[in-house]
Design a protein around this ligand. Structure first.
Ligand SMILES: Nc1ncnc2c1ncn2[C@@H]1O[C@H](COP(=O)(O)OP(=O)(O)O)[C@@H](O)[C@H]1O
Ligand SMILES: O=P(O)(O)OC[C@H](O)CO
Length: 493
């Protein structure tokens, strides 16, 4: 009979679904991962098939769970973390989605956002949500589904439909259609949730034309969300932790004190700085968001969101066929003396913070007959570091000047990238032992609710750095590179 308690943590990311099992000492004992297709049905549109997402989550969870049980462990609870903002609307009777999931990167509602900006509503939206007017967030994506799928708006008004970010969609299906809930971090990315009152906001629902009947119940990040349906894992398992992936990464990096900062390099890049128990509104186009909510008390963060980071590496592999694997980018970039004046602006889905230009598209500058695939690769990696530098400039203008940066996500396996990042930011960059901080954060939230994991101090005591990258570039070289980048951005925009 297995009796060692452990937590199954599910990370439903933009490019893959991952499940990891953590024991009571927060060590990884099992894991499984599955990539799934990205759908690009029109220029600027990005979708996922919700049924494929659900299947991939169930499949990786079953694999990780079986491996843990074979080792004599018993799953005590489940944590869920997810790509944020991505929007699903489904039928409450059948559970079937009305339309594909509209992914956070999707730009189809740029015009609606522009119209709201023309009506001078951005300041009011920011004052309630901490967010800006951009197609990134869920509200205009929901309205698009209601206005473009036959009969959807009437069904929504009659209470027949449910909206959810991916966490909510998964909770619904894992509990056999019994629970329609989300957590405060995911709610805070919709543009419908008032981060001051902690409630769905009637003015926002009206402004974005979204019926209240669609919305899930908003809960703390550590809470009993519901139990899984017996048919899925052979018995009911409680879901006890939920957070958006960037917030979960911030928890996994132990960013609990005001000023603590992390940057995650997955499909996109997201920098988050803890601002304590008060929301701080940026004057330089950064976002304010809920970092986590425990025992009814929210903590807040300032966030810089870059839409394309690892996605550009994926494009080199899948779009251009320049590389066979993401890992190859490291030796290709390191093999060059410099960038030879080649700059890439990876605005495949517009530019996020601090530019917020959904209309801009990607560009490459400085090509010559001597430009090789390695130059393209290097320009791609460099661009992610420059975009991070732009966020740090906005943060500095808001008075935030960190002394070092904790990093995580798929791209930080790349040592060359991290050294270049440290050089461009002129800051030490630290990579943790557990690079999957997102799943770790969700596991912590779930295990905390069950009493398996202790308080923040106990968790922080377990955090280990795997190595620091110290800045070592000459200042004149750094400023030349940044000048080249700024020129490229000017030309692209
Ligand atoms: N060694 C590497 N160098 C650069 N990029 C990498 C490397 N390994 C993985 N990546 C990139 O990291 C991303 C995957 O990271 P992950 O954190 O799993 O993303 P997500 O959660 O968004 O699906 C992919 O876009 C991939 O191209
Ligand atoms: O899937 P990731 O890790 O790139 O994260 C996506 C973000 O949550 C989008 O806001």
């Amino acid at each position: 009979m297995s009796n060692k308690p452990c937590i199954l943590s599910i990370d439903q990311g933009t490019t893959s679904s991952r499940a990891m099992v953590f024991d009571a000492d927060i060590q990884v004992i099992a894991s499984a991962q599955q990539e799934f297709p990205q759908l690009y049905p029109a220029e600027g549109w990005v979708e996922h098939d919700p049924a494929v997402i659900l299947d991939s989550v169930i499949s990786v969870s079953r694999q990780a769970l079986a491996s843990a049980e074979q080792q004599g462990y018993s799953i005590a609870g489940i944590g869920i973390t997810n790509q944020r903002e991505t929007t699903v609307v489904w039928n409450r009777s059948t559970g079937k989605a009305l339309y594909n999931a509209i992914v956070w990167q999707d730009r189809r509602t740029a015009e609606q956002c522009e119209q709201l900006k023309q009506q001078k509503l951005e300041t009011q939206v920011q004052a309630r949500t901490g967010l800006l007017l951009d197609p990134y967030f869920s509200a205009t994506k929901i309205a698009w589904i209601l206005d473009n799928i036959d009969g959807a708006r009437e069904q929504a008004e009659q209470g027949e439909l449910a909206f959810g970010t991916i966490d909510s969609f998964l909770i619904w299906h894992l509990t056999g259609g019994k629970v329609h809930a989300t957590d405060a971090t995911n709610a805070s990315r919709t543009n419908l949730y008032n981060i001051y009152s902690g409630k769905w906001d009637p003015w926002l629902l009206d402004t974005f034309n979204v019926p209240k009947q669609l919305l899930p119940k908003v809960m703390d990040c550590s809470a009993h969300f519901g139990d899984t349906d017996n048919s899925l894992f052979g018995r009911a398992i409680p879901i006890t932790g939920v957070a958006g992936d960037q917030q979960a990464a911030s928890i996994g990096q132990c960013c609990f004190a005001p000023g603590a900062i992390k940057s995650t390099y997955g499909t996109g890049c997201f920098v988050m700085i803890n601002s304590g128990d008060k929301p701080v509104i940026s004057k330089h186009r950064l976002l304010t968001t809920v970092a986590y909510q425990l025992e009814g008390k929210p903590s807040y963060a300032i966030e810089g969101s870059i839409f394309v980071a690892g996605a550009a590496v994926q494009w080199l592999r899948d779009g251009l066929g320049l590389i066979d694997s993401a890992a190859e980018t490291e030796s290709l970039a390191a093999g060059l003396e410099g960038n030879s004046g080649v700059y890439m602006v990876p605005a495949f889905t517009g530019l996020g913070a601090p530019y917020w230009r959904p209309d801009v598209r990607g560009a490459i500058f400085g090509l010559t007959r001597a430009t090789s695939p390695a130059h393209m690769v290097r320009a791609t990696l460099e661009s992610v570091a420059y975009l991070t530098h732009d966020l740090f400039t906005a943060m500095a203008n808001d008075g935030i000047k960190p002394a070092s940066l904790k990093v995580d996500g798929g791209m930080v396996a790349n040592d060359w990238f991290l050294q270049f990042l440290a050089d461009v930011l002129a800051l030490p960059v630290c990579r943790p032992v557990v690079m999957e901080t997102t799943v770790l954060g969700a596991a912590y939230l779930a295990g905390r609710q069950l009493g398996i994991y202790g308080d923040f101090d106990a968790f922080t005591a377990l955090w280990r750095g795997a190595g620091e990258f110290e800045p070592r570039m000459e200042e004149c070289q750094r400023s030349d590179l940044l000048e080249g980048w700024q020129d490229a951005v000017r030309r692209a925009t």
